[in-house]
Design a protein around this ligand. Structure first.
Ligand code: HAM
Length: 409
């Protein structure tokens, strides 16, 4: 096939049955969110590019991975790379900050990042995320982490591990930043290109470097510089998670790739996905709403790639049972009417749309159904033939009996 007609690199055609799994996972995520009281919000997939500058001009997803373009009217638009910034914009634009607090919202839909495609990393992927606004308590961080843990448990992934850190706030972060610069500056010549750039723009990300790991080991870490409030918050959060028997590992180098985080940052890991990649990630971002000219509401949330959840679980695919309503010659119209009647009763049914002979219909039915209804001469007496394909068993019964048999199958 001419490569111009192939799908863009890093995207996927999600075919059945994988498509069913993705939607099933999405439904279950929404179910868990509802259990905790999170309401669904749909924001546009396109936003004005300025919205994502608030995610962090120095983050990779803004600096290197953006799908940004000017439309015919000259608007500077970006395909959303994540959900938090658009939700913050929507909260301010729709005045949702006037709702009772805490405001608990969730979202799901496609996101776009021009990343290097690899296993579990796509250029178009589907996120589910929650955002809790208006509470700055450790209890709210704990709840958000609990939602994440509950979601993966709902999918049968037991005992996931939370990697947790605190990266401080506007009060204590500058001291840590200075300590980090004092440590790394004399080493600048030896550092990778990315870290040399990060040193000027966002030194915290140097702790995330996969290249300069040797220097990282002796580097100062955020927890050593937390102010009293941040430290108390972090201690209480850990106590809560321990009390709730959530498995936690403190990772003092965890800093995350987005600029908006304050205090808590976390990732959820599970060994089914291997130890190279996190299942989901999130944290607190107390300053974000203020940046959209909204009130300064504290916030905490997480997002998960649904494709990563599908990859991590073993979900049996239940093939959809569909009844095949076949017809003898001259009974097509009646058979289609019967298929419609079954669908009205919530029973999956399909009729012949190809003007096939009865024999050809039965051959077709064998590929997609377990039960065939044959509408023929008996229809005049209010009867149809019910044929069970596996056993070959075949009975002429009244229409209500046929419906009962399908309902019970
Ligand atoms: P993030 O860490 O950039 O955070 O992404 C969160 C999750 O989205 C990842 O852990 C992963 O499951 C999924 N994900 C990210 N990139 C890809 C990709 N290229 N392919 C497949 N899955 C991917 C955020 O997006 C924040 N907005 C999370 C958040 C919400 N923080 C607070 N509230």
């Amino acid at each position: 096939m001419d490569s111009r007609y192939q799908r863009p690199t890093g995207t996927r055609d999600v075919l059945p049955p994988a498509s069913e799994q993705l939607h099933e996972v999405q439904d279950r995520a929404l179910k868990v969110a509802r259990l905790f009281g999170y309401a669904l919000v749909d924001t546009p997939i396109l936003e004005q590019s300025a919205v994502f500058m608030k995610v962090g001009e120095t983050s990779d997803i803004v600096q290197k991975e953006r799908y940004q373009f000017q439309d015919a009217g000259g608007d500077d638009l970006t395909l959303r790379p994540e959900g938090t910034a658009g939700m913050a914009r929507a909260i301010v634009e729709n005045g949702l900050y006037n709702e009772p607090m805490p405001l608990k919202l969730c979202y799901t839909g496609p996101m776009f990042r021009r990343e290097k495609p690899q296993a579990n990393r796509y250029r178009q992927f589907t996120q589910f995320g929650i955002e809790l606004y208006g509470a700055d308590t450790p209890e709210s961080d704990a709840e958000v982490i609990d939602v994440a843990v509950s979601l993966v448990s709902e999918l049968g992934l037991e005992n996931p591990m939370v990697r947790l850190n605190s990266i401080g706030c506007a009060v204590c972060r500058p001291n840590f930043r200075q300590a980090l610069l004092n440590y790394y500056r004399p080493l600048k010549e030896n550092l990778c290109d990315d870290c040399q750039r990060r040193m000027d723009q966002n030194p915290l990300r140097m702790l995330d470097c996969k290249v300069d790991v040797v220097y990282k080991e002796k580097a100062p870490t955020p927890v050593d510089y937390l102010c009293q409030d941040c430290s108390d918050h972090f201690v209480r959060l850990r106590e809560l998670l321990t009390a709730w028997e959530i498995r936690v590992e403190i990772d003092k180098f965890l800093v995350r790739g987005l600029d908006y985080y304050t205090r808590t940052v976390f990732e959820l890991w599970h060994d089914t996905l291997g130890y190279g990649i996190a299942l989901l990630a999130g944290g607190r971002y107390d300053g974000l709403l203020g940046q959209f000219q909204g009130p300064d509401l504290p916030a905490v949330g997480f997002a998960v790639g649904l494709e990563r959840l599908v990859a991590a679980i073993e979900m049996p695919v239940r093939p959809q049972k569909i009844v095949y309503v076949a017809h003898a010659p001259n009974f097509q119209q009646q058979s289609l009417a019967f298929a419609r009647e079954l669908r009205k009763r919530g029973l999956a049914a399909q009729g012949d749309l190809m003007q096939r002979s009865l024999k050809a219909q039965l051959r077709d039915a064998a590929k997609r159904s377990e039960i065939v209804i044959i509408v023929g001469r008996e229809w005049e007496e209010g009867q149809v033939v019910v044929k069970i394909l596996e056993s070959g068993e075949q009975n002429t019964v009244s229409i209500p009996q046929a419906i009962q048999a399908i309902e019970g199958s």
